[in-house]
Design a protein around this ligand. Structure first.
Ligand code: HAM
Length: 412
């Protein structure tokens, strides 16, 4: 679990601001859910035999009433719970987004943390393949807006639950025939969640996985058609993709379209964004059946990627740093600072006194383009001296309005 220090904060703000701007362009609206839910919610939605539920949840007992509670490991379950609890689908389909910390007790490494942040999107109540395509196209727009190019889209379809059951039986038979080639993890998964064997990163397992039966051969016709239409829409929108028949995702609620955006730049933690359809979850959690689709992006991973791409992140420096000396000057400084802020300037006022010289040193390190200098003379005239800090130009005496206008004109 990490602290985010001010130095990194600008990049966080840039990423969140850019992504939220995109979400609003597509009509997504904010929802905020609590960080803690009943454990049962996650067990029922993510699935009992998934890594998350089996070994990664921060679960504790409420001391007052003995309830089992869990820090949310992801947002989809909570979001669907909130939508049902407040009957939001009564008003029609919903396009929602949330952002915030998620908690998984994983082995920490670069790009994998125990508290990490997601921006998640859930579109509920839409049946057709157009919404699958919309969320994917929206991701592509986000990457462009962020200046990220090293991400590739992988898609797959998991079909309907019957197709998956047929495939599961075929896969289990295949894996059992090859039992001696399975590693320990895969043997365990064989009886609990055999599709996850395909997810194994163990190089020794790869030939076996390559040769495994493919889900696509068991798919139901409507799912195949849906998948074709999603692909058609992506081509129409000029979003390139690769079909990865082994993409199965680590959470049980998915059906039909699943997708991941992966990068080659971050080593093992290559997936920066992932999601898909989950048409059964609303009913499974007690609601009237409603289709749904969504994704979540990993903020820390995207930030790491931004760093490798050397995308210039706009860093926030104040427009002016205000220095002052003298009693009358101190009183006027407050007024001047507030009036400059009224004119939309970002103003850092020097606090704590000191000589002009030392105050101007602070002004310099603040990154501000100008210092606003106020001595008793300026205070009496209700004016300020504007001193350019980034070029060798002379200091000029101006009233506040003129000073604000000049600073704004000088913005890059
Ligand atoms: P997920 O694949 O578990 O899906 O997580 C989504 C993204 O969160 C991952 O692709 C990754 O970028 C990031 N992430 C996951 N675990 C960690 C970690 N320990 N440290 C850093 N980043 C991490 C979900 O959570 C689904 N709720 C997505 C979804 C929404 N599906 C439909 N709607």
């Amino acid at each position: 679990m990490n602290d985010v220090l001010p130095e990194a904060g600008d990049a966080w703000d840039f990423l969140e601001g850019t992504v939220l701007r995109c979400l609003r362009q597509y009509g997504y609206r904010p929802i905020r859910m609590p960080l803690v839910e009943r454990t049962d919610l996650f067990v029922r939605s993510i699935g009992e035999v998934t890594d998350i539920v089996e070994k990664e949840m921060y679960t504790f007992t409420d001391r007052l009433n003995g309830d089992s509670l869990t820090l949310r490991p992801e947002g989809t379950a909570s979001c669907v719970r909130a939508v049902l609890e407040h009957n939001l689908l009564y008003a029609g389909p919903q396009r929602l987004y949330y952002l915030g910390p998620m908690f998984r007790h994983e082995r920490p490494q670069k790009g994998r943390y125990r508290q990490f942040h997601q921006i998640g999107v859930e579109a509920l109540g839409f049946t057709g393949p157009d919404i699958d395509a919309e969320v994917i196209v929206m991701c592509a727009r986000m990457w462009r807006a962020l200046g990220i190019s090293d991400v590739a889209l992988q898609i797959n379809t998991l079909g309907d639950p019957d197709a998956r059951a047929r495939y599961r039986a075929r896969l289990v038979a295949y894996l059992q025939r090859n039992l001696e080639a399975l590693d320990e993890d895969s043997r365990r998964r064989l009886t609990t969640n055999p599709l996850r064997v395909l997810d194994s990163k163990n190089p020794a397992m790869q030939p076996l996985i390559e040769a495994a039966p493919k889900l696509i051969d068991d798919l139901d016709e409507p799912s195949l058609q849906h998948f074709e239409q999603v692909q058609g829409a992506l081509r129409g929108a000029n979003v390139s993709f690769e079909i990865n028949p082994r993409l199965v995702r680590g959470l049980d609620y998915y059906n039909r379209t699943v997708f991941e955006w992966v990068t080659t730049k971050l080593g093992a933690q290559a997936t920066v964004c992932a999601g898909g359809r989950y048409d059964g979850l609303v009913a499974q959690l007690g609601g009237k059946p409603a289709p749904a689709c969504g994704f979540a992006l990993g903020v820390e991973r995207l930030l790491a990627l931004l760093e490798t791409e050397q995308t210039p992140v706009p860093s926030r420096v104040p427009d002016v740093y205000l220095v002052h000396q003298g009693e009358e000057a101190a009183a006027f400084a407050w007024i001047a600072a507030e009036q400059l802020r009224e004119q939309e300037l970002d103003v850092v006022m020097h606090c704590g006194g000191g000589s002009f010289k030392s105050q101007l040193r602070k002004a310099d390190t603040s990154g501000a383009r100008f210092a606003v200098v106020i001595g008793d003379d300026e205070a009496r005239e209700k004016k300020v001296s504007l001193k350019p800090l980034r070029e060798a130009a002379a200091q000029v005496l101006l009233d506040l309005r003129e000073a604000a206008a000049l600073v704004k004109r000088a913005r890059p």
